[in-house]
Design a protein around this ligand. Structure first.
Ligand code: HEC
Ligand code: HEC
Ligand code: HEC
Length: 211
């Protein structure tokens, strides 16, 4: 009995020793474990690591080393303070990049639509402006309509919890476009509340005769 426990323990030790990646990851995990249910709140130790070190590409494959490291690729682009530290919208508009609109590069022009959709936000946060322009400069209508959003103002229900969990705007924001962090709230919540706006009272306080 005792022996088999010992064997078990030494096997476990052997397994830990032979997988140094798990041991190394423990430090950063400890910091973010409280928020680990939420991929958007996790703080990676360092961003834009070279492909061989980013945990996504295969470090054993020689071709991984042929890829241009992000830090070099992003060097000439307009900087931002969040995400991968590139302001992609400005970089595109200042023609630092010219992405293809077709995978095979047929020279097609994007269908850019300049239509802002205002979403009134419950509570005191400024309202959300969804700009079609900044999106259709990169994306096709079918990237969003109708699977993510029914194309009708107000027809879709959205809230912050769902976005943080990867729904609606969170299908992209936090994955391929700027993340939801304290420095980016104002990018989406960009329209001040109308003059004289006051939070609505709950029925409890309206009904309360002692108020
Ligand atoms: C990144 C996602 C995204 C893309 C790409 C996109 N839309 Fe939208 N669209 C939205 C959202 C969000 C709304 C607002 C829905 C709401 O308020 O419930 C909307 C609303 C609309 C509306 C309703 C406007 C109104 O006043 O009721 C139309 C029409 C529309 N989109 C057409 C398009 C067309 C055409 C394209 C391509 C040129 C396009 N959209 C690309 C996200 C997108
Ligand atoms: C299909 C993917 C996708 C969805 C869904 C999406 N976005 Fe975006 N969004 C992008 C991309 C790509 C950019 C440009 C890259 C960047 O800024 O990170 C962008 C940029 C933006 C910008 C900056 C635009 C500018 O002109 O500077 C705002 C604001 C924004 N998104 C708000 C929203 C809101 C609000 C929603 C949900 C109603 C939403 N997005 C849904 C992909 C998406
Ligand atoms: C990618 C765009 C985007 C970013 C970034 C963003 N929000 Fe939101 N937020 C929304 C949308 C869309 C709604 C839903 C509006 C509606 O009701 O139609 C919303 C709703 C809210 C609400 C109302 C309650 C709720 O859950 O619906 C609060 C409060 C809020 N956001 C706070 C924040 C704070 C704080 C930040 C920064 C940490 C932030 N938001 C960043 C898009 C965004």
């Amino acid at each position: 009995m005792k022996k088999s426990i010992l064997v078990g323990v030494s096997l476990l030790v052997a397994a830990l020793v032979s997988t140094p990646v798990v041991v190394m990851a423990a430090d950063t995990d400890a910091v973010s474990s409280a928020n680990s249910f939420n991929r958007l709140l996790q703080k990676p130790a360092e961003k834009n690591l070279p492909p061989a070190e980013d945990g996504i590409h295969d470090a054993e494959n020689d071709n991984t080393y042929v890829l241009q490291p992000p830090k070099i690729a992003f060097d000439s682009l307009v900087r931002s303070d969040f995400g991968n530290y590139v302001d992609w919208i400005k970089s595109l508009r200042e023609q630092k990049i010219s992405p293809r609109n077709e995978r095979m590069g047929g020279g097609e022009e994007p269908m850019i639509m300049d239509l802002d959709i205002v979403r009134e936000v419950r509570g005191s946060m400024p309202d959300v402006i969804f700009p079609h322009k900044g999106h259709t400069e990169w994306l096709q209508c079918s990237n969003c309509h109708p699977d993510i959003f029914i194309p009708q103002q107000g027809a879709n229900r959205m809230n912050m919890a769902g976005i943080l969990l990867g729904q609606k705007c969170g299908v992209c924001h936090g994955k391929v476009s700027f993340p939801v962090v304290t420095t980016t709230c104002r990018l989406c919540h960009s329209q001040a509340k109308p003059e004289g706006w006051a939070p609505s009272k709950s029925s409890a306080s309206v009904d309360n005769p002692w108020q």
